[in-house]
Design a protein around this ligand. Structure first.
Ligand code: DCP
Length: 207
C-alpha cells in the first residue's frame, strides 16, 4: 500500500518516519508523496585520461569526481548530456516496514531533467541524505537552484517489517551518508580485495 498524505503525516507524527528539515509541509507534502529539495553539494565527473574506471577501484572512482558547492541563490547549470551527482537537502529515516522510491517531478521531466538515472529505491532502515543521479537529456542547458523542489519520495508499506533492514548490522555502505556520495561498489563483499574504500563510507579515500 502506498501512503497517502494523511498516512505520511501520521507516520511523521509517530516519529519513525523522518524527513528533516521539512520546512513547508503544505508545499512539500503532496497527495501521495513528499517533495524533496536540491542540496548545495554536487559531484561532477572529470574528463580523464585513464582508459576506464574500474567500478570496484575506490581510488579510480574518487579521482574521477570533483565536489562543487553552490550556495542557495546561485545556480548549477546542467548541460545537455551531462551527468552529475546531487543530494537532497533533507535527511530521511525510513522505518523497517516501509520502502521509499525516489521519483522525478513532472515539471522538471518536461525540461528533460532526470533525477535518478537508474537507482531510486530507499531501503527499509535507510537513514541519510539521498544522492540524486542528475542528467539532462535535452538539448538546452538547464539551471538547477539549490533549495528548489527537485524530486519526490513515495512510501510503500511492507506486509511485514524487513527482517534485516538497511544499516550497520549488515554493513550497508551508504547508511548515514551526507552529501552526494560516489559509488562504493568496491565495498561489496564479493569485491573485497583491500582496494575498496575503508573510510567507512564518508567519501574520503583512505590514502
Ligand atoms: N538515488 C538513490 C537511491 C538510493 N539511495 C540510498 C538509499 C538506499 O537505501 C541506499 C542503497 O541503495 P541501493 O540498495 O540501490 O544500492 P546498492 O545495492 O548499490 O547498495 P547496498 O549494497 O548498500 O544496498 O542508497 C540514494 O542515496 N540515492
Amino acid at each position: 500500500m502506498i501512503l497517502s498524505d494523511t498516512d505520511i503525516l501520521a507516520r511523521l507524527e509517530e516519529g519513525d518516519l523522518a524527513i528533516d528539515p521539512l520546512d513547508d509541509v503544505d508545499t512539500q507534502v503532496q497527495p501521495a508523496s513528499v517533495d524533496l529539495r536540491l542540496g548545495s553539494e554536487f559531484l561532477e565527473f572529470r574528463r580523464t585520461n585513464i582508459p576506464c574506471i574500474h567500478p570496484t577501484d575506490a581510488r579510480e572512482v574518487d579521482e574521477y569526481v570533483e565536489e562543487t558547492h553552490v550556495p542557495e541563490g546561485d545556480d548549477f547549470i546542467l548541460h545537455p548530456g551531462d551527468f552529475v551527482l546531487g543530494t537532497t537537502k533533507e535527511t530521511v529515516a525510513i522505518p523497517d516496514d516501509i520502502v521509499a522510491h525516489v521519483e522525478g517531478r513532472s515539471s522538471l521531466g518536461r525540461l528533460a531533467i532526470v533525477v535518478h538515472a537508474t537507482a531510486g529505491l530507499c531501503d527499509p532502515g535507510y537513514r541519510g541524505q539521498i544522492t540524486l543521479e542528475l542528467s539532462n537529456l535535452g538539448n538546452a542547458p538547464v539551471a538547477l537552484s539549490p533549495g528548489m523542489r527537485i524530486s519526490q519520495l513515495t512510501f510503500t508499506e511492507l506486509k511485514t517489517p524487513a527482517d534485516r533492514p538497511y544499516g550497520e548490522e549488515r554493513g550497508s555502505k551508504y547508511q548515514d551518508q551526507s552529501g552526494p556520495q560516489a559509488s562504493r561498489i568496491g565495498n561489496d563483499p564479493e569485491f573485497a580485495t583491500g582496494d575498496a574504500d575503508e573510510s567507512g563510507g564518508d567519501g574520503e579515500p583512505d590514502r
